[in-house]
Design a protein around this ligand. Structure first.
Ligand SMILES: Nc1ncnc2c1ncn2[C@@H]1O[C@H](COP(=O)(O)OP(=O)(O)OP(=O)(O)O)[C@@H](O)[C@H]1O
Length: 265
């Protein structure tokens, strides 16, 4: 059985009167791509913030590799090998790929000299590891010249350099073309093949369906569905389920009870 990298048990988070999450259970195993889906306001961002330790849950338990953790924080999350690649990717576009990968954690030697060649070598290795092979770009290329998908690759390579075991990708394919999305999927598959795990958050259910091994759907702060890839036939199944959860009974149901009439008033 695959090692359980992280497990959230009965996690709740409230902001004053607002319940962002209520009793969420979520786990990610080694080498697994978990797709996290849900409508606006479902609680996805709150869950990411809890996983990355920047927001503390109001209640619930966090287990890392089977052991309950106390004093969960951003530092603990990093120690546990959890890295988040945010939607804006937080890359310095006027800098080179290598500078972006090592930013804040430069390889230095005696008297603090930067080990430039060593960094270039290591950046090449990381890029190869995630399948970022290019005849055009080298570690010394400027990030601003890269496409959207390739920039995701740089952010993923940086996460791996930081020893990530679980990489959280927050909307990695939003606003990307089909070709660029395919590049991101290629990186994700390489990361999975290396035995690391991915939590893939996406608004586009088709994208999540294509890449995830398991799906977790949030609805108004609760897990509405958790299903293996083999249990879901198509992205449409997921979309239909999501619509049913949001509007139980659909419009037909509303008509039956006369609610539709009241709703339009
Ligand atoms: N800092 C905060 N203070 C008060 N309420 C918050 C805060 N952060 C989130 N919420 C509320 O918690 C609920 C869940 O929000 P969250 O941002 O986690 O959802 P989401 O699924 O990420 O949505 P989106 O896809 O729109 O980003 C929402 O009702 C939101 O208004």
């Amino acid at each position: 059985m695959a090692e359980r990298i992280i497990e959230l048990r009965d996690i709740s988070k409230s902001y004053g009167q607002v319940y962002a999450l209520g009793g969420v259970n979520l786990s990610v195993d080694r080498g697994e791509v978990v797709g996290l889906i849900g409508d606006n306001g479902a609680g996805k961002s709150t869950l990411i913030k809890i996983l990355s330790g920047v927001v503390k849950p109001t209640s619930g338990e966090i287990l890392i590799r089977g052991k309950a953790v106390t004093g969960w924080s951003a530092a603990r999350s990093r120690e546990a090998g959890i890295e988040t690649v945010f939607q804006d990717r937080a890359l310095a576009v006027q800098q080179t790929i290598v500078r972006n990968i090592f930013m804040g954690r430069e390889l230095t030697g005696f008297l603090g000299w930067l080990k430039v060649n060593k960094e270039i070598e290591e950046a090449s290795r990381l890029m190869r590891e995630i399948g970022f092979t290019s005849k055009v770009f080298t570690p010394q290329s400027i990030v601003g010249q890269l496409s959207g998908g390739e920039r995701q690759g740089v952010a993923i390579a940086r996460a791996i350099y930081k020893q990530a075991e679980l990489i959280i990708l927050d909307e990695p394919t939003t606003a990307l073309s089909l070709t660029e999305t395919a590049k991101v999927f290629h990186f994700v598959r390489q990361v999975r093949a290396s035995g690391r795990s991915i939590l893939f958050i996406g608004h586009n259910i088709h994208h999540v369906f294509d890449i995830a091994d398991r799906f977790v759907m949030l609805d108004r702060g609760k897990v509405a569905l958790t299903a293996d890839r083999s249990e879901v036939k198509s992205a449409e199944d997921l979309i239909n389920f999501m619509e049913d959860v949001a509007h139980p009974g659909g419009l037909a149901g509303l008509h039956d009870t006369g609610d539709a009439e009241r709703a339009v008033r």
